[in-house]
Design a protein around this ligand. Structure first.
Ligand code: SAM
Length: 405
């Protein structure tokens, strides 16, 4: 892949993170020998501004019946999606008997709020295990990948949608033209598209390079999303910056001319110019910042190892796979990673094979240091971990820079 997935222009690679496994591919020792790796290189397109992986593993390798990410494990995200659903209903969905479609609906964390109000809805969720959790909760869900062909089937069966929603999934899908064309077909003339994903501007400003992993084939910004949707007769009419995932952007989109354009959109476009998201130099600086962050983190972990301090990873997140593999963090440096998700426990982290253990093992014998892989939930985690801190425990964070808290 040497041309832009969106506008077909040549793209400019700016960093390689080296050999990477599947970010959510937690595994058992008998699977170590067959583990899949790809070279994770990232490029930027001068013409449309899209930042993208040069290669991405096949979708079935990442999204299948063993998918390890269950959205409902985070209480703060459940609140976030409840507010999201309320906002959609209060501000955008007015007519009688509305129909809401969400892709990447996972265990139903967002749609449960529509289902509770008996609003017609449909979740599209290809990972069968998480889709089943939603179905068991009474949420109407099909286990398929969304694209243009599926959009046509949905329209035939249910009619057009008042709202098309997505969170942390659009940036996963390489065949974006099929998805956006599907949205155009599916959306009522006055309907609304609202989706949010980690925001390129935040990744650049905070050096939060762990947002880059196999699933995230794109890092979006307002400029690149505008370019993409305009190709399909749709346009952004508002943006709503979010704190989630360390900085996300919610794009509010409709058919061209259907909604008034907000002032906030223009302000965000100007902000992107100021940050320099269209300049090759910005990505050069970002690469150097990543290299520095890696050096600083490894220096700290090696020093703690020499001092015989216990370091345990906190939360076996997808993002941690980029950090551990790019930096080379092995079980010699991090004893285990504590995680509350049963499907990950007893397994080993992708690539570097750090054991993943139940949370009780962290809480029953606190380490001196916890490497906070779930840094984007720092507030929620630190509020829950007062005892760890009272016992003298310290946090290691690496965003926006490596430091001990
Ligand atoms: N929306 C949830 C959230 O924000 O917590 C889940 C996000 S999870 C990172 C991404 C989800 O998108 C996974 O459950 C995955 O199976 C699903 N997914 C991946 N490709 C998809 C596609 N083409 N259509 C619909 N869902 C997809």
């Amino acid at each position: 892949m040497k041309e832009c997935r969106i506008c077909k222009s040549p793209i400019e690679p700016f960093i390689s993170y080296g050999k990477m496994p599947i970010a959510n591919g937690f595994l058992t020792p008998d699977q170590f020998g067959q583990e899949y790796f790809f070279e994770m290189r990232v490029a930027f397109c001068h013409k449309c501004g899209m930042v993208q992986l040069i290669d991405q593993p096949e979708r079935e390798k990442m999204f299948n019946e063993n998918y390890a990410f269950f959205s409902g494990t985070s209480k703060s995200m459940a609140i976030h999606f409840k507010e999201f659903a309320e906002h959609v209903l209060a501000d955008y969905v007015k007519g009688p008997d509305p129909f809401i479609v969400e892709i990447g609906s996972n265990d139903g964390i967002m749609l449960q709020n529509f289902a509770a109000k008996k609003i017609r809805h449909l979740g599209i969720e290809p990972s069968a295990n998480v889709a089943q959790v939603a179905i068991d909760k009474g949420i109407n869900t099909v286990s398929k990948f969304f694209d243009e062909a599926l959009a046509r089937e949905i329209v035939k069966q249910y009619g057009q949608a008042d709202a098309f929603l997505a969170a942390n999934v659009m940036c996963h899908i390489p065949y974006m033209h099929s998805v956006v064309e599907g949205i155009r077909i599916l959306l009522k003339p006055a309907g609304v598209v609202m989706f949010e994903d980690p925001y390129l501007g935040d990744v650049i400003e905070k050096t939060s390079y762990d947002q880059i992993y196999d699933e995230h084939v794109f890092l979006f910004c307002v400029g690149s999303i505008n370019y993409l949707f305009q190709q399909h007769g749709l346009e952004i009419f508002d943006v709503e910056p979010q704190k989630t995932h360390g900085g996300s952007m919610r794009y509010v989109i409709g058919h061209k001319g259907a909604h008034p354009i907000s002032k906030r959109l223009q302000e965000q476009i100007s902000k992107e110019e100021t940050i320099g998201l269209r300049k090759a130099e910005t990505y050069d600086i970002f690469r150097r910042n990543c290299e520095q962050s890696k050096k600083d983190l490894m220096l700290l972990l090696n020093k703690l190892k020499k001092e015989r301090k216990r370091v345990v990873g906190y939360a076996a997140t997808s993002k941690s796979t980029t950090i551990t593999n790019y930096c080379g963090i092995t079980p010699e440096l991090v004893e285990f990673i504590s995680d509350t998700t049963p499907i990950k426990q007893g397994k080993f982290s992708p690539g570097v094979h750090i054991p993943v253990r139940p949370y009780q093992e962290f809480a029953s014998r606190y380490p001196e240091y916890a490497l906070l892989f779930g840094w984007n939930h720092a507030e929620e985690i630190m509020a829950n971990e007062k005892k760890f801190m009272e016992s003298g425990g310290k946090w290691i964070v690496y965003v926006p820079k490596v430091q001990v808290l």
